[in-house]
Write a protein that binds this ligand. Structure first.
Ligand code: SF4
Length: 242
């Protein structure tokens, strides 16, 4: 399972593939968003490939320690309270993306998919979240009736600066980004299978260890749902230090 040294070494291998990923990103038109609620589409962490996760890991490792701790706490909080409550993407600050050049394909393609495909992806996310809630119910945790899943409708307001790309083109670019994971195949498989390609799960695993991350999430959600308290999450976050 992932440990800090494994990740440091993965980042150092991954670095040489970052320019290739950035070149693939350049094949996407730049989107413009002038809606009245900027950042509202950043309510969840985007899905990402392992190499994209390593790009984010490098950003975290390069941060000054106080800022790194602040970000790690946000990421761990995101992991522990999702899907009951969304605290938004940890890199969103004052309605703006603080890692814009390194936002993954999922963020860049948002608004570029056809309305039909985008709406289909949104429906799929809602269904996935619902089935997640069913899994919690199997453990005796019942989410409040007013819980909606927090998914927003697919954006209809994005515009782009260069010619549009088709859904097929987008899939081709995404596949090419996936292929950059090949040199780190074993870690990529672990990231996808054990951590569901969830960057917040990866960071929490590095902080607490895999098993404790899973148990902590259960304990935090259970306390929030059954006792309407947030003592555990506060205690976990307080303990995080470099
Ligand atoms: S990486 Fe940036 S664009 Fe993507 S969800 Fe986070 S804040 Fe939003």
């Amino acid at each position: 399972m992932f440990e800090t040294d494994t990740i440091r070494s993965a980042v150092s291998t991954a670095k040489s593939y970052f320019p290739e990923i950035q070149a693939l990103y350049q094949r996407l038109p730049e989107t413009r968003c002038e809606c009245s609620r900027p950042g509202v589409c950043c309510v969840y962490l985007p899905e990402m490939t392992f190499m994209e996760a390593m790009q984010w890991m490098e950003i975290l490792l390069d941060m000054e320690p106080p800022r790194r701790i602040e970000k790690i706490k946000k990421i761990v909080e995101f992991y522990l309270v999702t899907p009951l409550r969304s605290v938004g993407c940890p890199f969103l600050e004052n309605g703006a993306c603080t890692i814009y050049p390194f936002r993954p394909f999922a963020c860049r393609a948002y608004g570029l998919w056809s309305q039909e495909r985008g709406a289909q992806r949104t429906r799929q996310s809602i269904e996935d979240r619902k089935s997640l809630v069913k899994q919690w119910e199997r453990f005796g945790i019942f989410f409040p009736k007013q819980w909606t899943g927090g998914e927003i409708d697919y954006c209809r307001e994005a515009t782009w600066t260069s010619p549009a790309v088709s859904d097929t083109d987008l899939m081709r670019i995404l596949e090419a980004i996936y292929r950059t994971d090949d040199p780190l195949f074993e870690l990529k498989a672990e990231f996808e299978n054990a951590l569901h390609s969830d960057f917040s799960f990866l960071v929490t695993t590095l902080v607490l260890g895999y098993q404790k991350a899973v148990l902590a999430k259960y304990a935090v959600i259970k306390e929030m749902v059954r006792e309407k308290k947030e003592d555990r999450i506060k205690s976990y976050l307080k303990k995080i230090s470099l």
